[in-house]
Ligand binder design. Structure first.
Ligand code: FAD
Length: 317
């Protein structure tokens, strides 16, 4: 069975959830082979978890040049690996880094590329939500191998235990791959909440929150549900919440099991970032708000009454 290369995204010594989704999806197309970039020892430390989700092989691309420079060296290493193993497909996460690697790899291989895919069939047919999520399309790469990035939270990770063999990848980089270097890393303050793009519950606040202080209402509900906090652009532009939490066309794309939109009207640019959420709940005082066209459950009412009441009910259970 041909290998399917899965580019591993990891943090704090563990593969990110989207990596487990990719391994699950890869099993439809062939034998999953994880590609780990990092410092020496990284692949070994991730191997148990990657094996649990079906990685039959792990390619360890471990070199300071891969962590000390921006993404270009990773695309070069990946292109060489594709040449060596002729995989059935290459799958990456639809994250900022994953998409940049994929784009560079597509150019190097003169290959087609499908990004922001939410499903991938065994024959390589990908499902995408386009035009701000208003249209679902099925597409295939017609030049080269299926090179696909998967939107996080699109697939339910399913274990399929395997014992991966770790193989070191030869790293041969030129100065052309090292045109930009990392000069500093600012480690994000990690709170107790899950990462926005990986969370299975997201509670987002909009302009209707009225102030930064009022975002406590959203945070409280998110914490009770074990979720992440998001915000509309109107909320981030108004300084109610930091920009890194913006959901939408020019913010993050989320696809959780549950998305709660609080005081958000549902503009097309906001929908673009949350439309593929499995269940959408909206709280808005305007019954004509467009978010209700999209919501599975809607509450017409004042968020400052509805959300604390919902929190109170959840607390009782
Ligand atoms: P509003 O549209 O002002 O809606 C606020 C809602 O709160 C209203 O529906 C109101 O009825 C309700 N409300 C008010 N008070 C209460 C209350 N007490 N109780 C209950 N409900 C209440 N937007 C994004 O979100 N993400 C993006 O990435 C993004 N990218 C953009 C890119 C471009 C190029 C452009 C042009 C725009 C972009 N926008 C984006 C902006 C987008 O068009 C909207 O302006 C924005 O989403 C509106 O945010 P909002 O729903 O919070 O505010």
């Amino acid at each position: 069975m041909a290998e399917v290369l899965v580019v591993v995204e990891h943090s704090a010594g563990a593969p990110k959830k989207v990596t487990l989704e990719l391994l699950t999806l890869a099993r439809n197309l062939g034998e999953p082979a994880a590609v780990v970039f990092g410092d020496p020892g990284t692949a070994e430390s991730l191997s148990a978890k990657l094996g649990e989700y079906g990685a039959a092989k792990i390619y360890a691309a471990e070199h300071a040049d891969l962590t000390g420079y921006l993404v270009a060296p990773k695309a070069t290493v990946l292109a060489a690996l594709v040449g060596q193993v002729s995989p059935a497909a290459v799958l990456l996460p639809s994250t900022q880094e994953g998409k940049e690697i994929a784009g560079r790899l597509a150019v190097k291989l003169d290959n087609g590329l499908l990004t922001d895919v939410v499903d991938l069939a065994a024959d390589g047919t990908a499902t995408q939500a386009v035009f701000a999520g208003s249209t679902i399309v099925k597409s295939q790469v017609t030049r080269g191998l299926p090179l696909v990035t998967l939107r996080p939270n699109s697939v339910t990770p399913a274990p399929a235990p395997a014992t991966p063999e770790v193989t070191a990848v030869e790293i041969a980089l030129t100065d052309k791959d090292k045109l930009t270097t990392v000069v500093d890393r600012v480690v994000e303050q990690k709170g107790s909440r899950p990462e926005l793009t990986e969370a299975s519950v997201v509670v987002s606040g909009g302009r209707g929150m009225g102030s930064a202080d009022n975002f406590k209402v959203v945070e409280e509900l998110a914490d009770l549900l074990g979720g992440a906090v998001g915000a509309s652009r109107a909320a981030t532009d108004s300084g109610f919440y930091p920009h890194q939490f913006q959901v939408g066309q020019t913010g993050k794309t989320v696809s959780p099991q549950l998305y709660v939109a609080v005081g958000i009207s549902g503009a097309i640019q906001h929908r673009a970032g949350m439309q593929t959420s499995k269940t959408i709940v909206a709280v808005n005082k305007d019954p004509e708000a467009p978010i209700f066209e999209l919501a599975d459950f809607g509450v017409v009412g004042d968020l400052f009454k509805v959300v604390p009441q919902a929190a109170e009910e959840i607390r009782k259970r």
